[in-house]
Ligand binder design. Sequence first.
Ligand SMILES: [Zn+2]
Length: 269
Amino acid sequence: MKKSMNDRSMKKRTVWLILGGIAVIVCVLWWAYIQFWSNASEKEDVSAKREADWSFQKPKVPETKLTDQEECALCGSRKESMTGMFSGKDAIGIISVNDWYIMDLKIKSGNEKGNMPEDTEGKNTTRTTVGKNGRVLERSSESLRGISEIVVDYGEDRVLSMEKASQILCQSCLEKLSEAMEVKCEEGKEPEPVDLVLIDFETMELYCVQEQYTKKSIRDYTLWMAHTEDTLEINAVYTPVRTEAGKNAGIKENAVPSSATDDSAASLK
Ligand SMILES: [Zn+2]
């Protein structure tokens, strides 16, 4: 009789222990579940906030230090600016702004009509050091084919100084420069674009090369851009529209003898 009493209380205790255990497990799982979701929503909040903190901004435009617009390095005839050399030319260039250096990308060479190449050289490589801060521009152009590759090593002084620019550019060119220098920037901070900008010599318009751009089309030119921490690489190609008129400017179909196809086939053998 005593033994069965013990048995019953043992059973009771075991049931309670099991129930207690289950209750603990449920509590732990519940806690873990709450923790997981509160963490996840916190993370979402942080990333949403981060996104909101960044926006595209242009550098502030200071007042020009020039008193005469003729002294402007872009639209005037400032002695050291070299712009006059390229102005109106059917070509694209890049400007290293802080030390004001202009390089023609030499995508294609041509005479005034733009049809015939003026030189017969193949690949032409030029390396130029600009200023005292290690800025290097290297251009490898094959202007007979209409291709050019430019690699700019930024050097130490890479952030555009609008203050320096205000000493050599007129007010409207400063505005133009700022427009072409838009860059992703953290809220409350000053935008820090790299001091490089593309220029179309024919129109004298400026084009942005900041990190948000990987491709740019300027008239008959297409440029692909690759950015690293210290360099900008541009691959530029002459890509004119292939119209009937363009085709006629080359070999006239009627003038080609019918045996031409056979000849080219024969030469392949
Ligand atoms: Zn100007």
